[in-house]
Design a protein around this ligand. Structure first.
Ligand code: NAP
Length: 247
């Protein structure tokens, strides 16, 4: 028996980076996991294999969460495979090369909102209707909502929406023992971070961080695992900064 034995989890964006670390950690703790990828089938297959080698169970589903209907299809497919879903982690997100307010076109704004906010709303609405009592929802935001940075208009607007969905759902689902929390990473060493920052920026982020390094995906996954487990039963409606002290 491990801490999440018998629990059924959905993790969006589990093929790489922080999502992969979350899938592996929840599976190691005993949960059966369905996770999504958008395009990278090879990376998703690697995650399935790595989890199987640890004796766990994780199944990849292709879902571009920008597509209408994709989030609901994902939740239905997960339930067909696992039964009722107890743990929902909304991790997938679209990020972009920095674009200031003046250069943020309608398409960029709409895509950010579709994946980072509307798909989160849709998976959470499904959970509000079907998640058993005592379930867990964890949504991944960003330090940038409390530490604004130029060039992040669409991204941070969408993450602000995610945080408010979290806060309201915590109020509404609390009577059923379902906790709903946000985890906000700081600079975490993933493809996303390396794709949008120079080496110089990364070194600066580490130097500004009290713990003097970049975050690793497992630093974030361990906090998500805590919030997904029984020890976090009295924690809801929070936004936990997982940033090495950077704030
Ligand atoms: P990442 O390395 O870019 O991985 C993104 C994951 O999301 C991949 O599994 C990707 O699938 C999936 N994905 C991308 N677009 C999608 C779409 N349209 N539909 C469904 N899935 C999609 O990202 P990360 O750095 O691990 O970030 C994970 C979360 O942490 C995000 O919510 C991000 O905003 C947040 N965050 C990250 C940092 C950081 O420094 N890394 C800081 C603050 C917040 P494919 O493999 O198929 O592309």
């Amino acid at each position: 028996m491990t801490v999440l034995s018998g629990r059924k989890a959905v993790v969006t964006g589990g093929s790489r980076g922080i999502g992969r670390a979350i899938v592996e950690r929840l599976a190691r703790d005993g949960a059966q996991v369905v996770f999504t990828y958008a395009e990278n089938a090879g990376a998703a297959a690697e995650v399935e294999k790595a989890v199987a080698e640890l004796g766990g169970a994780a199944h990849a589903v292709r879902a571009d969460l920008a597509e209408p209907g994709a989030a609901e299809r994902l939740m239905r497919e997960a339930e067909e495979r696992l039964g009722a879903v107890d743990i929902l982690v909304n991790n997938a997100a679209l990020t972009f090369a920095p674009a200031g307010l003046a250069d943020t076109d309608d398409e960029l704004y709409d895509r950010a909102m579709a994946v980072n906010a509307k798909a989160v709303f849709l998976t959470m609405r499904h959970a509000a209707r079907h998640m058993p009592d005592g379930g867990r929802i964890v949504n991944i935001s960003t330090l940038n909502t409390v530490r604004p940075a130029p060039g992040t208009t669409a991204y941070v607007a969408s993450k602000g929406a995610l945080e408010q969905l979290t806060a309201v759902a915590a109020q509404e689902l609390g009577p059923r023992g379902i906790t709903v929390n946000t985890v906000s990473p700081g600079a975490t060493d993933t493809d996303l971070l390396r794709g949008t920052n120079s080496e110089e920026n990364l070194a600066m982020a580490a130097a500004l961080t009290p713990l003097r390094r970049l975050g690793q995906p497992s630093d974030v996954a361990d906090v998500v695992a805590f919030l997904s487990g029984p020890d976090a039963r009295w924690v809801t409606g929070q936004n936990i900064l997982v940033t090495g002290g950077l704030a």
